[in-house]
Design a protein around this ligand. Structure first.
Ligand code: SAM
Ligand code: SF4
Length: 474
């Protein structure tokens, strides 16, 4: 059911800017939180209700190691209840780094003469996707600079190209996009190519700070970017991802603004964002930023735990910008998706000769350059269930429907069996002997937690996979 302002006689806020910095700062400055209040808020969240801005501010302001630990513990518990122990895996594929914008933090900015510009041609895209498939990837996010060359038609073309690449048992089953904001018609064109999520980060939600970091090009227009995902929704893309780039402005403000963005989308379109990302700034060529708003590891982990509690049903993405140790720890607090085997240099997945990172060819430097196999190995060692599931989006369980299905029982009926089936495929096609042993053990442990009829049916499907069947899902 789409939003209908006439029926409810409330103002239509679609495609209207919704961030009021004074309101957000007033929540941060005026909300006090004692132990009792913090515990009440955590309980509300554990009952799977989204938190208000005031409640999020209370968690942000909760001081002292004891309360921070309670927030983290709440987030651990909630993650377990809503997501179980699955971690969804994906990889980014940089398609082109030409850019007309001047974002001060980004190596691709137009004024950076050091950057080596490249757009993959169709043949190179196919080679990259084949290399990714050879590693076992099933879900990609395609990344583009903002440039007239990367028109909606071009983006749609590359999406279709990627879906068409099949090597051995390999195929990409979900293509997400991280690209510039489009107009409604542009979003329609890209949506029609069959994308999963359209992801756009606001970078900083604070309008004055935003102006200081975005020095040229279309991206200077804060409101155009802020309302981009409204236009995506109007164009029928109901699966959208939001994010902020941490280190540009006060993390407390950005955390509340992400919740504000979530409740804006929920109020207008009956569905919040599918995912939230919280990248921290990494080194890039000739980067000159002061470190005034740098987010340290401790506050970063607290912030992830707060977001987990604030938006119980929204996926949280943590990328290879972060070092393996930080990722491992942060996973517990509610992260549901990570990338593995990530390479940012254009064309580098298929270029096995050149393993060194060259900052002039990359948007920024990553801190976790482990292979997908190594990331999976660590997940298995830590008791997680790695998943390449793409079922909901292919079964039409997206947007509003995704929310409907995010109810007790859904995970055990759909998500866990699908994660098991995709892991079984990975083991059969790509895992080394040692990882395979660990993987089958984790599969057994997870089958044991399912209802007997679901476990029985899943075992039948696993046998089919062992016999050569692929792409079995619920
Ligand atoms: N050009 C499009 C845009 O700006 O939205 C999409 C792609 S941009 C390549 C993807 C994201 O990378 C940006 O939204 C920004 O948050 C992030 N990013 C840029 N520079 C970064 C840096 N130095 N460290 C970490 N993340 C960065
Ligand atoms: Fe261009 Fe995006 Fe980098 Fe900004 S963040 S310079 S828009 S690629």
């Amino acid at each position: 059911m789409k939003f209908s302002p006439e029926k409810l006689s409330i103002p239509d806020r679609r495609m209207q800017p919704f961030i009021d910095p004074g309101e957000i700062w007033s929540f941060i400055n005026k909300t006090k939180a004692d132990k009792v209040r913090v515990r009440e808020i955590i309980s509300k969240s554990l009952a799977k209700q989204r938190l208000t801005l005031e409640e999020t501010a209370a968690l942000v302001n909760a001081a002292g190691a004891g309360l921070t630990e309670e927030i983290k513990e709440g987030a651990r518990e909630l993650k377990q209840r809503v997501y179980g122990n699955r971690i969804v895996l994906f990889a980014p594929l940089y398609v082109g780094n030409k850019c007309t914008n001047n974002c001060r933090y980004c190596g691709f900015r137009a004024s950076n003469a050091e950057a080596i510009r490249k757009t993959l041609d169709d043949g190179e895209i196919v080679k990259e996707v084949e290399a990714l498939e050879d590693n076992g990837q099933k879900r990609l996010i395609l990344v583009y600079g903002e440039h007239p060359s990367y028109s909606p038609q071009y983006i749609a073309h590359t999406v279709k190209l990627v879906y068409g690449v099949k090597k051995g048992n390999g195929e990409i089953r979900r293509v997400n996009i991280n690209a510039a904001p489009l107009d409604i018609e542009g979003f329609r064109t890209v949506g029609a190519s069959g994308i999963g999520t359209y992801q756009i980060f606001q970078e900083t939600y604070h309008p004055d700070a935003y102006r200081q970091y975005h020095l040229g090009g279309k991206k200077r227009d804060y409101d155009w970017r802020l309302t981009a995902l409204d236009r995506a929704q109007e164009a029928g893309i109901d699966d959208v991802g939001i994010g902020a780039l941490f280190g540009l402005y006060d993390w407390r403000f950005e955390a509340l603004a992400l919740v504000r963005h979530t409740n804006h989308l929920e109020a207008c379109y009956n569905v919040g964002p599918h995912t939230i990302s919280f990248p921290r700034i990494k080194d890039s060529t000739s980067l000159q930023l002061d470190k005034q708003h740098e987010l340290n590891d401790e506050d970063f982990k607290k912030m992830i735990a707060i977001l987990r509690l604030a938006v119980p049903y929204t996926g949280l993405i943590l990328t290879a910008r972060e070092a393996p140790g930080v990722r491992k720890e942060a996973l517990q607090f509610g992260v549901s998706q990570i990338d593995g085997g990530t390479k940012l240099e254009l064309g580098s997945y298929s270029d096995t000769q050149n393993e060194a990172q060259d900052l002039n060819r990359e948007q920024f430097k990553i801190a976790d350059s482990r292979s997908l196999a190594d990331v999976i190995d660590e997940l298995l060692d830590s008791g997680y269930l790695p998943s390449f599931c793409t079922s909901c989006y292919r079964m039409g369980r997206t947007g509003e429907h995704f929310m409907e299905f995010s109810v007790p029982g859904f995970i055990k009926r759909f998500c866990t069996p699908n994660a098991i089936l995709t892991l079984a495929e990975y083991i059969c096609d790509y895992a080394t002997g040692e990882t395979a042993v660990k993987g089958w053990k984790v599969i057994e442990q997870n089958l044991d937690k399912l209802d007997p009829d679901v476990a029985g049916d899943t075992r039948i499907k696993i046998d089919k996979i062992k016999a050569g069947a692929r792409d079995l899902y619920y």
